[in-house]
Design a protein around this ligand. Structure first.
Ligand code: PHE
Length: 300
């Protein structure tokens, strides 16, 4: 209103009149609204029983959930969790596990070698570990028996991608070493684990197999959950699905870590986490785990 002084007398009177009207209108409106608002808090009840608005919640990936469920079965049996590097030396992935250079069994583990000079050439080339078994060696090198460990982790193999294969997947390795661990302990621990994970009464079988780092070795099969042993497309009409490898630790593995193979014995096993999650939930294609489609992930 200060600026009105510059106006001519007639315009000035009019401007003042209009400004005063506007001011009165604003003051009245403000007073009215204030009285409404202060009255509202007294008269409008808040219904605290109405449901709130949902907050979107994140969740753990089904592979992580399955991994946690697997590890949780071994904790009550006295196993502790250990881990090791994904970028590994040839020595730990192969040599120390009784897979010598130029031995044909090395070819059964297709491997991604890393195209960089090895920082420790005496330990061989660098690679992406093709299984979690090298962690057996790393832990035994640092510690004396008795040992009970489970090792979760990622592993890498140059497999062509299809419904059953991925170039990266997860394993859980197990290792138990003391002076008297036997194959009966291996069977007992694994049967207890599978009953805890898949429910009591789950049918399993141990089938002779070969691994360079265990002797004797076995593969463990689970009665196919889709057909309960009758034979269907999930199990390739076999009635059984292979879920893990295992065996008694080979004396050469103990020698590699400086244990006296005459004084200690133990078992080891390795299982594929995606495979278990697929069986548990009836998932037919491993690629679903890595596409991160929320419509898939939200089901777990
Ligand atoms: N490392 C083996 C594999 O990846 C599994 C295994 C682990 C077998 C320990 C025996 C003992 O196929």
């Amino acid at each position: 209103m200060k600026g009105f002084a510059a106006l001519q007398a007639e315009q000035r009177a009019n401007a003042f009149k209009q400004a005063n009207e506007l001011k009165a209108y604003m003051e009245a409106a403000l007073a009215q609204r204030l009285s409404e608002v202060s009255g509202a808090s007294k008269s409008v009840a808040v219904d605290v029983t109405l449901p709130g608005s949902a907050v979107p919640q994140g969740r753990l990936h089904p592979v992580t959930q399955t991994m946690d469920a697997i590890l949780a079965c071994f904790i009550p049996m006295g196993f502790e969790i250990a881990d090791g590097p994904e970028l590994e030396f040839e020595y730990y992935n192969f040599d120390a596990l009784n897979i010598p250079r130029d031995h044909p069994s090395r070819e059964s583990f297709d491997t991604f070698f890393v195209d960089a000079p090895s920082p420790q050439p005496q330990k061989g080339r660098l690679l992406l570990r093709s299984h979690t078994s090298p962690v057996q060696i790393r832990v035994m090198e640092r510690r004396k028996p008795p040992l009970r460990i489970v090792v979760p982790g990622k592993v890498f193999r140059p497999d062509p991608l299809d419904a059953g294969h991925s170039f990266m997947f997860h394993q859980v390795e197990g290792l138990m070493v003391d002076d008297r661990t036997s194959f009966a302990d291996l069977k007992g621990v694994l049967e207890q684990f599978l009953a805890a994970l898949f429910g009591p009464g789950t049918k399993t079988r141990f089938r002779p197999h070969f691994f360079p780092f265990t002797e004797p070795s076995a593969e463990v099969d689970l009665a196919c959950a889709s057909c309960r042993g009758g034979g269907c497309s999930t199990c390739g009409q076999k009635g059984w699905v292979e879920i893990m490898g295992c065996g008694m630790v080979h004396p050469n593995v103990f020698k590699a870590v400086g244990y006296d193979a005459n004084k200690v014995q133990g078992f080891a096993f390795g299982l594929g986490v995606e495979r278990i999650a697929m069986l548990k939930h009836g998932i037919k294609d491993i690629r679903l785990f890595f596409e991160n489609d929320l419509r898939f992930l939200e089901q777990f």
